[in-house]
Design a protein around this ligand. Sequence first.
Ligand code: AMP
Length: 249
Amino acid sequence: MKILVPVKRVVDPNVKVRVKPDHTGVDLANVKMAINPFDDIAVEEATRLREAGHATEVVAVSCGPDACQDVLRTAMGIGADRGILVRTDAELQPLAVAKLLAAIVRREVPRLVILGKQAIDDDCNQTGQMLAAMLAWPQATCASAVRVEGDSVTVTRDVDGGTDTVQLALPAIVTTDLRLNEPRFVSLPNLMKAKKKPLDVIPAETLGVDLAPRWTTLAVNPPPSRKSGVLVQDAAELVRRLRHDAHVI
Ligand code: AMP
């Protein structure tokens, strides 16, 4: 079985982002970029499934500019066997990404696609769901455990106050939650080996997909700055302040 893992290049989660002065977006100049953390988990899970003999090949795919090759190399450093860059400099919204991924699925014919539940830059949480709808495949979102058995995949999902376990017939779409696994550290030798793995570049325009954006960003604003805390002398003052002043603290 082949597993396809879409990986997005996003601002490194450890970077404190700055909003551009004209509020049109986040300033990406000279900012460290990285693989989306949920996609890191997706590649790890796919690699574990291959190592356990449930999959024969793991293919990572990224849609975007040439720079996305770095996250494909990271995915191959974790364990993906090869990478595909769907190359475009166009702005990509989740609907466009889902259409590009659907085209790649039709070419590659994987039995399982494991995506992140969301990209940490736009927090859309839409691509996996749209891809499942386009392919008419079953989907399980926010997976905290994945078990492949024969022609089906059993997925435990984190839901409010507990878990929900569902079984899907393959081919299927799964999106990852943080609790699914702890991705391995990518060692330098593995990163070097990843440089030798195949990476195909497919120009997005050859896939015959309408990439036109469907929304316009009106403004991006940083969160309001928090007021500084208040030091209290003792528990009695804390209780008094909580009772009378909590709304102003
Ligand atoms: P989103 O719907 O934007 O929150 O993204 C959800 C998931 O879709 C991500 O975790 C990735 O697995 C996948 N994805 C989103 N954008 C891209 C992209 N440009 N290239 C590859 N995969 C993507």
